[in-house]
Design a protein around this ligand. Structure first.
Ligand SMILES: Nc1ncnc2c1ncn2[C@@H]1O[C@H](COP(=O)(O)OP(=O)(O)OP(=O)(O)O)[C@@H](O)[C@H]1O
Ligand SMILES: [Mg+2]
Length: 341
């Protein structure tokens, strides 16, 4: 649905040149939630602003629904932009207007008649869960509520795509999760394509189907979220994945459990996708005469299934231990037996 080809942006200031976006090519599919993650200065905001041409590219093209927006004259571009919704970290609401008036604003600009506007706005207020707040001013709303106004406003002209630049970065973790849930429900309900910029892996993990990792203006890695989590290639990606699953790197702390005893093994289980849905531990305990202690674990749900690590200690007869491990391997879980170093 969106084809981005060799897209570049070079900022030229008196003192220096900054290659903010460097030859980025990506295809974004209809109806997917596509995440772009990177550290500060990686070029994420510039990239997303090139998609709706708030920023003029130095090079390359952006084709949205078969229309190359980089070649559009101004009047066509303004029309097209109505079909590209955008939400921001600091909401960018009109402070002297009520919730209702904020959401109606893009409809006014698009020339929608008053009666129709009202109907649409009330529908949107309902969709984002702001019923009862119609006449409140932004200053009377919480951060999460402000972002709900931002989302409703962005959806007013039934966009083909929604661009989100750090839309949850100003919110506390719980409110972040509420807003992310809202984005997922809108994605499902309206089939809306969403491009989401963030520096938090948690955001990618929770709602994205695919992800691109940006560094120094370049996309250094891209793929399905689960694949990237399980087998990160670049150093930057590995650092982001660590953010999410710090346990992976805490195995030293498990040393005290790891021993040479014949009747016990410490095992690391790596759950990916569907395998994580099985109640493996209780199944094993029922099937084999072994005792299982859970030492440590964390499972993170993603749009394509869960992902996580569990460290367990299994106690039992040597032969049974072997059978138990084989059984677990056959369920598609990655099993690693940890030995005393
Ligand atoms: N208008 C501008 N003029 C000159 N340089 C700019 C301009 N806008 C951005 N840059 C530079 O381009 C690079 C990328 O900036 P950008 O804002 O896209 O990064 P970002 O990944 O969004 O960072 P953050 O996570 O901090 O928001 C930075 O080095 C920045 O200083
Ligand atoms: Mg930014």
């Amino acid at each position: 649905m969106i084809q981005i080809k060799n897209l570049s942006k070079l900022y030229q200031t008196k003192k220096q040149q900054v290659q903010a976006v460097d030859n980025v090519s990506l295809n974004i599919e209809q109806g997917e939630i596509f995440g772009v993650i990177g550290y500060s200065g990686a070029g994420k905001s510039t990239f997303v602003r090139l998609i709706n041409r708030l920023e003029e590219p130095t090079d390359g093209s952006v084709v949205i629904q078969d229309k190359d927006i980089t070649k559009m004259p101004g009047n066509q571009l303004r029309k097209k932009r109505q079909k590209i919704g955008m939400i921001f970290q600091h909401f960018n609401l009109l402070w002297s207007r009520t919730v209702l008036e904020n959401i109606a604003f893009p409809l006014e600009i698009a020339g929608v008649p008053k009666e129709k506007r009202k109907e649409k706005v009330l529908e949107l207020i309902n969709l984002v869960g702001l019923s009862g707040k119609e006449n409140a001013y932004p200053s009377q709303l919480s951060g999460g509520q402000k972002q709900r106004v931002g989302i409703a406003r962005a959806l007013a002209n039934d966009p083909e795509v929604l661009l989100c630049d750090e839309a949850t970065s100003a919110l506390d973790p719980e409110t972040t999760d509420d807003i992310l849930d809202l984005l997922v429900s809108i994605n499902k309900k309206l089939g809306l394509t969403i491009i989401l910029i963030t520096h938090e892996m948690h955001v990618i993990q929770k709602i994205c189907h695919r992800v691109a990792v940006m560094e120094n203006g370049k996309v250094v890695e891209t793929g399905d979220v689960l694949d990237v989590f399980v087998k990160p290639q670049s150093k930057t990606t590995k650092r982001f994945v660590q953010q999410l699953n710090p346990l992976e790197h805490e195995r030293d702390k498990l040393a005290e459990f790891i021993n040479d005893r014949e009747d016990s093994e410490v095992v690391k289980l790596h759950f990916i996708g569907k395998s994580a849905k099985r109640a493996l531990i209780s199944e094993v305990a029922k099937t084999f005469d072994v005792e299982i202690n859970i030492l440590q674990g964390s499972i993170a749900p993603t749009q394509e299934g869960a992902y996580g690590t569990l460290f367990i200690e299994i106690n039992g007869e040597k032969e049974l231990l072997q059978k138990t491990i084989e059984f677990m391997e056959n369920t598609g879980v990655e099993v690693e037996v940890l030995k005393d170093a």
